[in-house]
Ligand binder design. Structure first.
Ligand code: 5GP
Length: 344
């Protein structure tokens, strides 16, 4: 039996140490990033925060609402071919929307067909599987890279440096990091598998950056402070599900409970998602996601302002004039308590 005794940390285990700074105001901070990629000859410019490709948050409406702020959405993979063709042909800054696909034959055929009907319209794809450690997944990435050399490919999820390198060498530009940290995820409970998210981000960023690759921290951010910690730990992109849930732009049921409007949010491996998309939970598997109803939060623009304000402020505290400098200027301190909860 091998037990790795190195301590691995989550967002809740650390705070960012403030540093001397010459910045006068947070309005001086530039939180856009410019990226080149390992494979795709594409120049990215934007704020590298992405709404998760869940069917509640990865909607066309979300992509359109985030676009003016220069944030992105990874779209739900269940949109029809015609809907996707229309969306990608009409989107103004199409560079920022990720087309999501799984690794099934139907996913591949639909993607090829969308590309034939709207040539060049899709620039960014997200190849998404719960477990990015399979040979089949690696081979699928190779196939997409060989067929579409100009596509920016984000692929995941994994949580270790070795697999991050393998996915990059197989054709991915951005590797998506996170197994089990999600707000509606039950993988750790159902399987005992996972990895503390902040350490996963730090270790995988190190592996990816050594090769000229990028990573996207996916899952586990509950506050703007967690997003700052993910960027501070080395993430190039950060993906958010729960923080973008329950807004007007989200899909899902709306109910009224005790006079309050509540919106449905659920994991993509939950019973609810499997009922909706696969006609129920297959006999050989168990649900690894849950369903929640959250108080309705209005337009996503308000949340975006909060996130961007928090990020700018984090940069000011450590003297980072640009988001790019945040990692270099971040020193984490381990803590036993994050917040003063005296008033709940
Ligand atoms: P959040 O930002 O809500 O903490 O995490 C969002 C991420 O959780 C998604 O991008 C995805 O990687 C992951 N996720 C979404 N649905 C499920 C699910 O049903 N099960 C698991 N294990 N992870 C999920």
């Amino acid at each position: 039996m091998h037990i790795d005794n190195t301590l691995r940390l989550d967002f809740k285990d650390v705070l960012i140490r403030p540093k001397r700074s010459t910045l006068i105001s947070r309005s001086e901070v530039d939180i856009t990033r410019d990226f080149k990629f390992l494979h795709a000859p594409v120049a990215y410019h934007g704020i590298p925060v992405i709404a998760a490709n869940m069917d509640t948050t990865g909607t066309f409406e979300m992509a359109k609402a985030l676009d003016p702020f220069m944030l992105s959405a990874a779209l739900d993979k269940h949109y029809s071919e015609d809907e996707l063709v229309k969306f990608f042909t009409e989107l103004e800054r199409k560079a920022t929307a990720f087309y999501t696909l799984g690794i099934g034959d139907d996913d591949w055929e639909k993607f090829q067909s969308v590309n034939r009907k709207a040539p060049g319209a899709v620039q960014y794809v997200c190849i998404d599987v719960a477990n990015g450690y399979t040979e089949r997944f690696v081979n699928f990435i190779k196939k997409v890279r060989d067929t579409y050399p100009d596509l920016v490919i984000m692929a995941g999820n994994v949580v270790t440096g070795d697999m991050t390198e393998e996915l990059l060498l197989s054709g991915a530009d951005i590797v998506k990091i996170g197994i089990g940290p999600g707000s509606v995820c039950l993988t750790r409970k159902m399987t005992g598998v996972g990895y503390p998210q902040l350490s996963a981000v730090i270790e995988c960023a190190d592996a990816a950056h050594g090769l000229g690759g990028r990573i996207c921290a996916d899952g586990g951010c509950t506050t703007p402070g967690d997003i700052a910690k993910a960027f501070g730990g080395g993430a190039d992109f950060v993906m958010l599900g729960g923080m973008f849930a329950a807004h007007d732009e989200c899909a899902g049921k709306t109910i009224t409970k005790d006079g309050k409007t509540m919106k449905q949010f659920y994991g993509m491996s939950s019973e609810q998602a499997m009922e909706k998309w696969s006609g129920g939970v297959a006999k050989y598997r168990a649900s690894e996601g849950k369903e929640v109803f959250l108080p309705s939060r209005g337009p996503v623009a308000g949340t975006v302002q909060e996130i961007l304000g928090g990020l700018r402020s984090a940069c000011t505290y450590v003297g980072a004039r640009r988001l790019k400098e945040l990692t270099l200027r971040t020193t984490f301190v381990r803590v036993t308590q994050q917040l003063n909860e005296v008033f709940g």
